[in-house]
Design a protein around this ligand. Sequence first.
Ligand code: CA
Length: 308
Amino acid sequence: MPEGQSNSVSLSGGVRPETADTRAVDTQLGSKCERCADQLRQLELATIWRRRPWWIRLRPTREELRSYAVVAGILTVIVTPVVLLVREMAETQLAPEEFARIAIALRGGFAGPDGTNYLNTVFGGAYIRGSVASATGHQPSRLIDTWATVRVPGWRSADGTLPVSLDFALPNDLTVNRVILRPHPGEPTSTWVRDFRVEVSTSGAEGPYTLLVAGELDHAMITGVRPSEVIGRASEAQLAEDRLNVPVFDVPETVARWVRLRIVSNGGSDAYTSLAEFELLYASRLNVSATTSATGGVNVTGSRRPPS
Ligand SMILES: [Ca+2]
């Protein structure tokens, strides 16, 4: 055998002399077989993947898991603050004034069936001072929170002292022509305000004050439901349903900035005096029949609202 050659077995089974050419051919055949083997493995894997059991088919792929994680992260970022806000709102007890602000916003304005009440806190009215102490939880601000329902406490004096003087301020000079005093439906009628005077001033909180109306709240003219105490939250409709029907006191148009309510007598109680709401309003198209008195105001005995 010449040098540089070796024997190898040929495909025909004979002995083939190994040369540089035969080694090159073997190398090409070997690489081609490796590619064939890879393709066969790929085909086998594809067949196994297609024939995989159903429970394996249900398993998410890594890419799917990554997508799910991204979506879950986005939802967590968006939903968590909303959930916390809703929970905080559900646990927050709204003050009557805040509830009134929401109710007025939902109603779309301050004007109600009796006119526009300028004295409520949402409009800008404020309590200044009183001549007597008030009972705990029944402060004078309850007189201008818009509510006259058994579900919201009203004002109570600390004792039976009479007369009582309570001063308030409007947000600015405003023309008014109606006064309404709403008793609290949950309070004994003996504590309800009976004789009263409303005086107004444009000079200052110290006065001088001019009589706007001296009236008697005739309890016999007050009608409506007087439910027993209700516990728990209530919607605006429920808050309004036990509001009593009360007389209104219509007066000539008068400009006012400071307002003094003087409660002269009540229904006979010597324990305390109560009132749910004190309203000073402007109502359009009034038919005012009151007579101007010598004091510059009018004396009116509680009369029902004129027909509209
Ligand atoms: Ca009230």
